[in-house]
Design a protein around this ligand. Structure first.
Ligand code: C2E
Ligand code: MG
Ligand code: MG
Ligand code: MG
Length: 280
């Protein structure tokens, strides 16, 4: 009996493995087709200054409305796109669309927002990526200092020399850099000092715990960032108490469902028109 059950479990395990492999292959194929068919979308999550409570920027987040599976989470499809290399093409599309939308938004509202775009490890290894960034700025007309690229600690540590070279090249264009999900990866604090970055983003896993716990880590990240003359963005702020704690701790910017969910461009435009008074 026990033996039979063991065999059943092995069979079930194998079946699950096969199903997972099939799903990945199918998603990879569909993602390539849907990218080409223009089905991918970006939404934009506003970032607010803690002091003035003004919207200062947005983060572009990729959305994939699959015709028969509904929205598929980037947490599932980004890794698939990474492994297949498709992220290079997807990433070009994201950068182009985000820059175009930032310019369109300015034309429609008179307000410039900073546009943060997530970059993956595979894109960073692509030698052409720096040219892609430069060309995208040139053809969309987005001023370089309105663009911000989000990198993660783990991708920087994967190829330290290559990453540092990329960071210097992209900073030379005038583009700003931030470290996303800070505190969740492995990076030596000693490197932080040598990276030409502008912002640290405190990961949502720490913000979630505020204000009852998590204060030591969040406080330490804020102090560390300010010590290196970097600004701090807290992500995943859902509760007023979290916002209040962060504001009093000197956090510079916040992003989270409390302030705004990721919005389609039209909804973002409406919100900017409502909230932002263009500079005279
Ligand atoms: P991320 O860059 O750390 O983005 C923040 C994630 O937290 C987003 O999830 C956002 O929707 C979510 N979020 C923001 N505020 C809150 C909140 O208050 N509560 C909760 N529960 N969640 C909140 P999303 O859009 O599902 O993206 C997940 C990850 O996928 C991103 O994490 C990023 O690593 C990756 N990703 C998304 N778009 C792109 C892209 O265009 N390129 C690349 N390479 N990666 C992307
Ligand atoms: Mg991000
Ligand atoms: Mg993040
Ligand atoms: Mg994250």
């Amino acid at each position: 009996r026990a033996k039979g059950k063991g065999r059943d479990n092995v069979a079930l395990f194998e079946r699950d493995m096969i199903l997972a492999t099939q799903r990945r292959a199918r998603l990879e194929r569909d993602l390539r087709r849907h990218l080409e068919a223009g089905l991918l979308e970006l939404c934009y999550q506003p970032q607010y200054a803690c002091g003035s409570r003004k919207m200062v920027g947005v983060e572009a987040l990729l959305r994939w409305p699959h015709p028969d599976q509904g929205y598929i989470s980037p947490a599932e499809f980004i890794p698939i796109a990474e492994e297949s290399g498709l992220i290079v093409e997807v990433g070009k599309w994201v950068l182009d669309r985000a820059c175009r939308d930032a310019v369109a938004l300015y034309r429609q509202t008179g307000t410039w927002l900073s546009m943060a775009v997530n970059v993956s490890a595979r894109q960073l290894r692509d030698k052409d990526f720096i040219d892609v960034v430069e060309n995208t700025l040139a053809h969309t007309g987005l001023p370089a200092d309105r663009l911000e690229l989000e990198l993660t600690e783990s991708m920087l540590m994967e190829d330290l020399d290559g990453a540092v070279e990329f960071m210097h090249n992209v900073r030379a264009l005038g583009v700003r850099l931030s470290i996303d999900d800070f505190g969740t990866g492995y990076s030596s604090l000693a490197y932080l000092q040598t990276f030409p970055i502008n912002h640290l983003k405190i990961d949502r896993s720490f913000v979630r715990l505020l204000p009852t716990s998590g204060t030591t880590i969040a406080g330490a990240v804020i102090a560390l960032a300010h010590g290196f003359k970097l600004t701090v963005v807290a992500e995943g702020v859902e509760e007023p108490e979290q916002f209040e704690w962060l504001r009093q701790a000197g956090c510079d910017y916040v992003q989270g469902y409390l302030l705004a969910r990721p919005l389609p461009l039209a909804a973002l435009r409406a919100r900017v028109l409502e909230e932002c008074v263009p500079a005279a």
